[in-house]
Every structure is written in structure tokens, then in C-alpha cells.
Design a protein around this ligand. Structure first.
Ligand code: SF4
Ligand code: MSK
Length: 670
């Protein structure tokens, strides 16, 4: 029986989304929100207990002790489904990284139209990790060697993945002893598929061990490569003013939205949109110019580097088209709903696919090639401009919020210590003293099965009150941006007293936007440096930190979660568990569910849990942080100890008569 339809307020906490959902209802158009109401999820598949790996099945296991036709148990089937999801997530991130490596190679060879090496310092720093000679060499020579090294990581058959040496020494040792260091990115993904073919690996724990190696190939491999090269080619992010939400669309301009994940084409579209010839072309079409914005992680890539506004996160891709004001939505890879094409047919919006890997029936395909990137970007923009005259009635919600994204690992380092003393020392000290209770990384998607942005922002705000510094990426970061949580001063009155002092002293927002999905590797780098700078243990599992993906939906999120666990983090997913066992009857016999938690914790010091209730997520986060503080011998968190310094104290003192101010400051009166 279809479930009851929810109201716009139940679908989303975002007023812009609510307005567009009302519009969809008025004109009788379905969206992911309404489709989620109509589509009752299969509780057998949802719990990972359906196997369709061979033609003897599909085998749907519903009773304890039941097996598939081949004899496979529920545990084996769940582990196989789980590793296959991780393999897909790892493949998606890593293939993105591979394309970036080929682009770097083309740039080094002078064969990539429009691109250049923008961050030579990062290039030299990354190359130095791998002992690539840097002194006296041109950036292109260094880039050529780095591109070769990175391209080789994908097809490498033996040995160890190179970026793994950037993890804490103790962690590397653990992985080495257990045979977990990925040999090559493609090899681990292929092996995950091989092991799960009918009649191969049947031992759930053994399968899950390889799931870790496959995920590590993502986090300390493909994703890290993607982040490194994006910074080298497009610049390492630093704070910049941006805007978020559907209100960034403009009535009098040609609106082009870039959506997906890869920054290679979108960066070129940014460049092309500023070309005087293209602007003139738009004016001749009756528009005032071109207004570029982004959705999902392509948005994050150009938001944190150029301040190009974000029209929204995952669940806003359809809602943007519903404004009637989008001339073209240009998509590359990942998180692109097939529904876009059918939806766009109700308006004038052109859906333009650009990746050789992604086509959608009914979309216009203009294939991207990094050798002719600028030319293709202009061609795409001209197609959008030509479509401006076809625009019908529009409704752009007047809802947008300012934000400051761009907190890369490098910038945080600089921000805390300056150019010559770049360091994480002040952050470590703040955690050690208890001003900052701990750190939470809140990442991941939207999911129409929960209320859009609610879980993200509720958990974020509650943790801020508890003096937990929050770092965010992906669609979670855009959720916070839309709510105004990514601004310096705004909302600091709702932040715990110790964290507030740090934010005021350093001049940072309490929520740091660190980038896109692949940029979760920046969080790994931050945690590694917190360990290296001392005082918080000698491995990541000792740091009082937790990762959360409250509204996850993609296989990439599972891969991210698994590589964070393998790196030592406690990771909490919201929503339902893909390995939850018998419906409504979680028991001790749910081997896989328990193994991801207690089993992995025993090995890695990190664990993965699925928690639907946001208050329970918050409680578990705080309990974990406090437990880690105690294990390090740090003072127990006490909110009453801090809050008497920073800007708030200065403002307080300014209110006092001079005499009392002197007494307060120097302990003497006239
Ligand atoms: Fe069924 Fe085994 Fe085939 Fe899976 S592999 S579909 S459990 S027979
Ligand atoms: S885009 S993977 S919905 S975060 Fe990276 Fe957002 Fe999740 Fe896609």
C-alpha cells in the first residue's frame, strides 16, 4: 500500500525547496520526494538479504537459518552486497581521480587547452611526498612525473599504493601487518567483484576485510589523487564569500547550472562565462549576462575556489528546473537523477550530458575532452544562451544565504600559524584544554526518505552547542550553508562557550566547509596532522573525533565510511542500515551488523554504526569524544570553564564604566 504523501514542510526544512515542491504539486509534476512516498522500499533488499548474483536466484532470505539455492547464508549475502556497494563507491571516486591524473598529464605536456598549473606550491609539496625531484625543475616537469606516478596507481598490480605513506606511521603498520594496504586501485575493485561472484569468497569476515582494502584504495588512493590534482590545477581553496540556495538564480540572466562531481569541465565553464565574446553573445540574446551556479559536488568545487554560488544540494537538482529559469543544466558524473530529462521536458531547460561515461536518453550530449576544454565550454554556454528565448513563466524563490567555504587543510594550517609557523598546534591545544570538546565531520548526501537537510543541520547545531568543532563536505555542507551556519559571526551565540572563544580568536566559522565528496581525504589529512602535532595520541583512533553521514544515500558514502573506519574513526550513518538483518528484529546473530561495529573496532579502533534517531547520533558522538578524551588523560569537558575571553569578553568589558573595566582587566582600581 503506498504511504501517505507528506507535506512540503515534512519533505524539507528549506523554504526554497518547500516553495518549489508546492509549485510541482500545482502543475502536477512528481519529484524524488513524491516518488519516495510512492515507492515502498523492499525490506528484504534494504536489509541486504536479497542475493541476485546468479541465475539460480534471486534468493530472498526472510527467515533465520534460511540459505540461498547455493547454500549462501544471510551473513555471506549481506557481506557480499556490502562490499559490492563499497567497490562501486570506490570505483566512482577513483575513476574521477584517474581522469584528473590524465588531465594533469595533458597539462604537463602542454596539450590541455585553457588549463594551467595554478598552485605550484601544492605541486611541489605533493611531489616531495613521493621523492619526485623538485629543485631547479619547471612545474610542468614535476607535474609530468607526478601524473605518471598517479596514473600508475590505478593499474599497479603489486606493492603498496603510494599515497598511503601520508597516513600516520602506526596506522600504516597496522594495515601492513594485516595485509590491508591496497596494491593498486583497480586491482582491489576488480578483486571485490571477483570474490563476490557465485562460488567464491563465502566467509563474511574475510569478505569484509577486503571491503576495507577496497575502501582504502578510495580514501588513500583515488579520492586523495583527485583532491591533490584539483588543487594543483585549480588552486587550493581558501576562504571566499559565496552564496547558496535557489535564490542565486537570476531572472534577467542566462542561468546555467553545473551538476555532478568533476571540476575539469566546470572550471572551464567558469572561465568561458567570463569571456567577453560569450557575454556579448548573451547580451545579443536579450539577457544581461550569464549566471553560473552549481548543484552537488560540482557546486562545491567551484564554490570553494571561485565563489560561484551553489543553487543547492542533491535534492535540489529537480527543484532548480522547477523554477523555469534554468536555460541549461550541465551534468558530468555521479548523483544525476535520470528524472531530470522528463522533468525538463515540462520547461525549456536543456539537460546537457558531457561525460563519455554518462548519457541519458533525451538529453543533449556535448562530449567533454580536456584537450579542447575551453572550446567545448563555450559551445555549451552558447547552447544555453540560444535557449534563453524559450523561457516561459518563472518562479525563483527569494531565498539565499551567504557563506564562507574554502577551509582546505593547507588553509587551516596557515590560519592557525601563519606562513612561517603553519601548524595545528592551536587546534590541538584547544582540544587538549577542553575549549573544543572534540571534532565532528558531518558529510554526505540528502535522502528523500528523510526530511531534507533536517538531520544534517539538527545534528550540526546540537554538536556546536556542545563545543564540538564541525567540519563538513558534500551535500551536508550545502545544507549548513543554506541555513547560514557557514558564516563567521552569524550564529556564534548558539555555539558553546569554549568553541566560541576559538572561533572569535582565530576568526573562523564554527562549521568549516572543506569541499566535495572526494575532499573527505582533506579530513584524513587534518586528522593525520593533528596526530603529528602531538598531544592527541599517536594514531587517528586516539583523536576525540567522529564522522557522521546523517542523510546518506550513495554507495560512495559507504566507501567513505569504510575508509574512515579503517583509518581509526567512529562513523555514524543515519537512516537505515544496509545490513540490518531480519526486519524489526536486530539480534546478536546479525553477524555483519555487529562485525562492522565491535569487530572492526577491535581491529581498527574505528567502527561503523547505523543510527536512525538524531538525538542518539548526538549522544553517541559525545560519548565517544569524552571516552577518547579520558583515554588521552585530558580534562573532562566542562562548559563552565570557558567563555570569558575572545570578542564576547571584549564586548562585555566595553559595557563597563572605566573604573570597573580597569579592575576587571588589571585587578586595580583608581
Ligand atoms: Fe541465490 Fe546463491 Fe545465486 Fe545468490 S549466489 S542468487 S544466494 S543461488
Ligand atoms: S554529491 S554523493 S549526494 S554528498 Fe557529492 Fe551529495 Fe552524496 Fe552525491
Amino acid at each position: 500500500m503506498p504511504r501517505q504523501k507528506r507535506t512540503p514542510e515534512e519533505y524539507s526544512i528549506d523554504p526554497a525547496a518547500q516553495q518549489m515542491l508546492i509549485r510541482a504539486e500545482e502543475i502536477g509534476i512528481g519529484t524524488a520526494f513524491t516518488r519516495a512516498d510512492d515507492m515502498v522500499p523492499c525490506n528484504i533488499g534494504g536489509a541486504g538479504m536479497c542475493c541476485k548474483l546468479c541465475g539460480m536466484g534471486p534468493c530472498r532470505l526472510t527467515k533465520e537459518g534460511q540459505t540461498g539455492v547455493c547454500g549462501a547464508t544471510i551473513d555471506t549475502i549481506q557481506a557480499r552486497n556490502f562490499i559490492r556497494a563499497i567497490a562501486a563507491g570506490s570505483a566512482a571516486h577513483s575513476d574521477h581521480g584517474r581522469d584528473m591524473a590524465f588531465t594533469l598529464k595533458a597539462v604537463a605536456k602542454g596539450e590541455a587547452e585553457g588549463y594551467m598549473i595554478r598552485d605550484v606550491a601544492k605541486l611541489r609539496m605533493v611531489a616531495a611526498h613521493y621523492n619526485i625531484p623538485i629543485e631547479g625543475r619547471a612545474p610542468e616537469e614535476i607535474a609530468n612525473d607526478l601524473a605518471d606516478l598517479y596514473i600508475a596507481q590505478f593499474g599497479q598490480q603489486r606493492g603498496e599504493l603510494a599515497p598511503v605513506i601520508r597516513a600516520p606511521k602506526k596506522r600504516q603498520q597496522l594495515w601492513r601487518e594485516r595485509g590491508l594496504i591496497p596494491r593498486g586501485i583497480d586491482r582491489e575493485v576488480v578483486e571485490a567483484l571477483h570474490r563476490t561472484h557465485i562460488g567464491d569468497d563465502q566467509d563474511p569476515e574475510h569478505i569484509l576485510q577486503h571491503a576495507i582494502r577496497t575502501a582504502l584504495a578510495d580514501g588513500w588512493g583515488g579520492s586523495m589523487i583527485a583532491t591533490d590534482i584539483s588543487d594543483i590545477l585549480f588552486g587550493t581553496p581558501a576562504p571566499i564569500l559565496g552564496k547558496a540556495n535557489l535564490g542565486v538564480l537570476k531572472q534577467n540572466m542566462v542561468n546555467v547550472i553545473v551538476h555532478g562531481h568533476e571540476p575539469t569541465l566546470s572550471q572551464m565553464i567558469v572561465a568561458a562565462s567570463q569571456d567577453p565574446e560569450v557575454i556579448e553573445y548573451a547580451r545579443n540574446a536579450g539577457a544581461e549576462g550569464i549566471n553560473l551556479s552549481g548543484i552537488c559536488c560540482t557546486a562545491n568545487e567551484i564554490l570553494m575556489r571561485q565563489g560561484i554560488p551553489a543553487a543547492g544540494n542533491f535534492l535540489q537538482q529537480e527543484l532548480a528546473i522547477l523554477t523555469g529559469a534554468v536555460e541549461a543544466m550541465v551534468v558530468d558524473v555521479q548523483c544525476i537523477m535520470q528524472a531530470l530529462v522528463g522533468l525538463a521536458a515540462n520547461f525549456h531547460t536543456k539537460i546537457i550530458t558531457t561525460s563519455p561515461k554518462v548519457k541519458i536518453k533525451g538529453a543533449t550530449h556535448i562530449e567533454f575532452d580536456e584537450h579542447r576544454a575551453l572550446t567545448i565550454a563555450k559551445q555549451i554556454l552558447k547552447a544555453a544562451i540560444d535557449n534563453f528565448q524559450n523561457r516561459g513563466e518563472t518562479k525563483i524563490p527569494d531565498v539565499r544565504e551567504d557563506l564562507i567555504p574554502g577551509f582546505s587543510h593547507e588553509y587551516i594550517n596557515y590560519m592557525l600559524g601563519g606562513t612561517y609557523r603553519a601548524s595545528f598546534r592551536p587546534l590541538n591545544d584547544a582540544v587538549m584544554s577542553g575549549r573544543i570538546r572534540g571534532v565532528a565531520a558531518i558529510v554526505g548526501c540528502n535522502n528523500p526518505r528523510s526530511r531534507q537537510d533536517y538531520l544534517h543541520t539538527y545534528v550540526t547545531q546540537e554538536l556546536l552547542k556542545q563545543d564540538v568543532l564541525v567540519v563538513e563536505t558534500g551535500c551536508g555542507a550545502i545544507a549548513s550553508a543554506k541555513l547560514g551556519l557557514l558564516l563567521g559571526e552569524a550564529g556564534l551565540d548558539k555555539v558553546g562557550p569554549g568553541l566560541r572563544e576559538i572561533c572569535e580568536t582565530v576568526g573562523i566559522p564554527p562549521v568549516l566547509h572543506m569541499g566535495s565528496c572526494v575532499d573527505n581525504t582533506r579530513i584524513l589529512t587534518v586528522l593525520t596532522q593533528m596526530v603529528a602535532d602531538g598531544g592527541l595520541g599517536d594514531d587517528i583512533d586516539e583523536v576525540p573525533a567522529v564522522g557522521l553521514a546523517p542523510e546518506w544515500m550513495s554507495e560512495k558514502a559507504l566507501s567513505i565510511g569504510a575508509y574512515c573506519v579503517a583509518s581509526g574513526a567512529y562513523v555514524i550513518f543515519g537512516g537505515s542500515s544496509p545490513v540490518s538483518g531480519m526486519p524489526d528484529k536486530v539480534s546478536d546473530s546479525d553477524l555483519v551488523l555487529h562485525y562492522l561495529s565491535e569487530g572492526w573496532q577491535e581491529i581498527y579502533g574505528g567502527k561503523m554504526e547505523f543510527v536512525a534517531d538524531p538525538n542518539e547520533m548526538i549522544q553517541r558522538t559525545l560519548d565517544h569524544i569524552d571516552k577518547k578524551r579520558a583515554a588521552l588523560g585530558l580534562p573532562a569537558y566542562d562548559p563552565a570553564r570557558f567563555g570569558r575571553s575572545g570578542d564576547s569578553r571584549v564586548r562585555e568589558l566595553e559595557q563597563l564604566p572605566l573604573n570597573e573595566r580597569r579592575t576587571a582587566l588589571y585587578g586595580v582600581s583608581e
